[in-house]
Design a protein around this ligand. Structure first.
Ligand code: SAH
Ligand code: SF4
Ligand code: F3S
Length: 471
């Protein structure tokens, strides 16, 4: 994919981008003004938005969840599937209308979409009311772009990765659980996936910096951290220091933060050392998200996933055998170009053999610039939709079956907030990442408590706090 080629816009093409000076800019210029931010896409974007919030608050803005009251709106976008685009362009229509009523409204589009050449050009040509367009490699520059935007539309998107940032002023969404980036980008280049283009090549953070951040979070009272990357178990492969994910995980575990999670693991990089470390430390949660994508070895090869159906199942069984009580979820794409009914049945076969705790399932969406998008596809959308439906029925049955196994058991649950279920309930997660709605625990937000599970649905559990009566 090429660098967006936008006439009149300021696009830098130098190899080594250095806008460190733009980091953590502080100003009073927008004191008392309000920002509204909407985040699409994966955890990477959710955490990037915490960085964006830090930048905006450093300029004096305060957050509002009321769009009508906002002085600046930031959309942090995702490009993974076509429908992600549609949502953003739909929202932009609404913003255009708002800007007519409030011409001073500052509109910013960032994240993965502007990293696509066609999108950046479209924003330039057809959306002149958008003030600022920025990409994933220059988030830290947003502060200076906002201060400069009065003169003209600012478009700064880089195709070349920037530095790995340390010590950004994050405004974290939670005081209980925190994201910790361990790497940026992805080197896997699965043939259907746009991420290596929108996020760039893999760049791991130095282990010492990651450990320092986790230590700080622990001191601030955080109960849980999630190590974040598109491919966490490829951690370190790009670093000079000899370090891998198992070593990092073990060092993080030794810092004694109560709960450690990580997403996402690629089956190809999953080592025995990782399994041993996860099994050894109580504070590494027994929950693994292990994307399968397809059960057909033929399709997996076309996807560039570098494992076969059998290798995936073997790994799955090995993890189940060595990590007590582990729960495993997955991602599956239905309808990769020319996927036959037999290929799809191979996927169903893996699902039946593995009986996942849960799965995110998607219809394949061709992404411009990726190798798979050039394959001529003979399978109709209707057929793909039917397959997705069949797959989801089975997935949901297994989720429910697993969840029902919890009924009557007592589980440790980290309570993270009030429940959407109302009735004065709170909610939290088991070690195995099951969402539980809990009654009688209003004062336990931020604590790990024992909960007796009373009922189960496909996507959540219900339970009651266990109260120990001292003799
Ligand atoms: N790095 C992670 C996931 C990244 S994106 C991994 O490799 O597992 C999250 C999920 O979106 C992927 O696991 C995949 O199932 C899905 N996805 C990615 N590209 C897609 C596409 N072009 N069409 C449909 N689904 C896609
Ligand atoms: Fe995309 Fe594959 Fe990288 Fe995951 S591992 S982000 S699916 S290229
Ligand atoms: Fe979407 Fe970008 Fe994440 S494309 S899934 S927000 S890395």
């Amino acid at each position: 994919m090429n660098l967006p080629n936008i006439k009149d816009a300021r696009i830098r093409t130098n190899n080594k981008i250095n806008y460190m000076e733009a980091k953590n800019i502080k100003s009073d210029e927008f004191k008392g003004k309000k920002y509204f931010i909407r985040t699409y896409g994966c955890q990477m974007n959710v955490h990037d938005s915490e960085e964006i919030k830090g930048i905006l608050e450093n300029l004096g803005f305060n957050e509002t969840d009321n769009l009508e009251q906002a002085d600046i709106v930031v959309l942090n976008t995702c490009a993974i599937r076509e429908n992600a685009h549609d949502k953003v362009f739909g929202f932009l229509g609404r913003l255009k209308h708002l800007k007519k009523e409030n011409p001073n409204l500052i509109i910013c589009i960032g994240g993965c979409m502007p990293q696509e050449e066609s999108v950046a050009n479209l924003l330039k040509e057809k959306y002149p009311f958008v003030n600022i367009v920025f990409g994933t490699h220059n988030i830290s520059e947003l502060g200076s772009l906002i201060l400069e935007q009065k003169e003209k539309q600012q478009i700064e998107v880089y195709s070349i990765e920037g530095n790995v940032y340390e010590h950004m002023d994050y405004v974290r969404d939670s005081k209980i659980t925190a994201w910790v980036n361990i790497m940026y980008g992805c080197d896997k280049f699965c043939t259907y996936c746009i991420v290596p283009f929108t996020r760039g090549r893999q760049r791991s953070r130095k282990m010492a910096n990651i450990l320092e951040e986790v230590k700080e979070l622990k001191e601030k009272g955080y109960m849980e951290i999630t190590l974040l990357g598109q491919n966490v178990n490829a951690y370190g492969k790009d670093l000079e220091e000899e370090v891998d994910f198992a070593t990092l995980l073990e060092n993080v575990a030794k810092l004694n933060i109560p709960r450690i999670r990580f997403v996402t693991s690629h089956p190809w990089d999953f080592t025995d050392e990782m399994i041993n470390v996860i099994a050894k430390y109580d504070n590494i949660m027994p929950y693994i998200h292990l994307p399968l994508q397809s059960g057909s070895s033929k399709i997996l090869k076309l996807m560039g996933r570098r494992y076969t159906k059998e290798e995936y199942i073997n790994l799955y069984n090995k993890i189940k055998e060595h990590i007590k009580g582990v729960s495993i979820t997955t991602d599956i794409i239905v309808g990769f170009p020319n996927e036959t009914e037999e290929d799809f049945e191979e996927t169903l076969d893996v699902v039946k053999k593995c009986q996942f705790d849960g799965a995110f399932t998607f219809i394949y969406s061709p992404r411009e610039g990726t190798p798979a998008s050039k394959i001529k596809d003979s399978i109709s959308l209707k057929e793909k939709e039917e397959r997705l439906y069949r797959l989801n029925e089975i997935i949901n049955d297994y989720s429910l079956k697993h969840n029902k196994e919890y009924i009557g058991k007592t589980e440790e649950v980290l309570i993270i907030g009030t429940s959407e279920k109302g009735e004065n309930k709170v909610c939290g997660y088991t070690k195995t990442m099951k969402l539980v709605n809990v009654s009688n625990a209003q004062s336990d937000i931020g604590k790990i408590i024992d909960v007796k599970i009373t009922s189960a649905k496909s996507f959540s559990l219900d339970g009651e706090k266990v109260v120990f009566i001292k003799n």
